[in-house]
Design a protein around this ligand. Structure first.
Ligand code: ATP
Length: 200
């Protein structure tokens, strides 16, 4: 099982190319850091990897097969801002169970309190909301996780708790993870290798 980006090129509308000719392979049990100057297209590349944006050139394959957007996607993306990733008209319980039903053990390891399930998204802090987005993304069919500044907005304790829970699942399930972060220390601590988007 491998996630492969082949010869990827992208530009918005008819604007300048953000990047071209990107080749990248992510394997199970691998954590890869993705860095690069702001605005070079890290988030855009993450969206392409997760099938949320179509590349203008090249292809994304999982086990050499093209990915389709119907059903639960095996490549899950977590953004920096959880508010943008949830439906504000749904209560947290519905948001959590959108793709699968996370078990108690996962909820506890992510520090999600039962009482939060009955709230609306705007009744939770950013850190509390992000825990839900992480739980939602870690369904049994997730093979690759793309963490785009996933814990950037959070304090050090919440950041550590979330990463500990994610790393446990990473080991159990033999997933692959891409970590986008401007924090050199976090990248150094988590990643087996680091790539720069400009040099891909
Ligand atoms: N929907 C869009 N339409 C047009 N341009 C866009 C769109 N989304 C992003 N861009 C532009 O594409 C470029 C790359 O954006 P992207 O968010 O991928 O960069 P990034 O490397 O992740 O930046 P940062 O590190 O600041 O998050 C930016 O110049 C941005 O303004």
């Amino acid at each position: 099982m491998q996630l492969e980006a082949k010869n990827i090129g992208f530009r918005y509308d008819n604007g300048p190319w953000l990047f071209q000719g990107i080749n990248f392979i992510l394997k199970p049990r691998e954590i890869v850091g993705l860095t690069g100057v702001s605005g070079r297209g890290k988030t855009t590349f993450c969206k392409i990897l997760a099938g949320l944006e179509k590349p203008v050139e090249g292809s994304i394959t999982l086990n050499r097969k093209e990915l389709h957007r119907n059903g639960y996607h095996p490549v899950q993306l977590i953004y920096q801002n959880p508010e943008k990733a949830v439906n504000p008209r749904w209560k947290m319980e519905k948001i959590l169970n959108e793709g699968w039903k996370p078990d108690e053990e996962l909820l506890t390891s992510l520090g999600i309190e039962k009482e939060w399930l009955m709230r609306w998204p705007n009744e939770l802090s950013g850190g509390e909301l992000q825990r839900f987005c992480v739980a939602r993304a870690l369904g049994p069919n997730t093979r690759f996780l793309i963490a785009d500044e996933m814990t950037t907005m959070l304090d050090a304790i919440t950041q550590a708790q979330i990463w500990q829970a994610v790393l446990e699942i990473f080991k159990k399930r033999e997933m692959g993870i891409v970590v986008v972060s401007h924090e050199a220390k976090l990248i150094q601590r988590l990643c087996h290798r680091v790539i720069e988007i400009n040099s891909l």
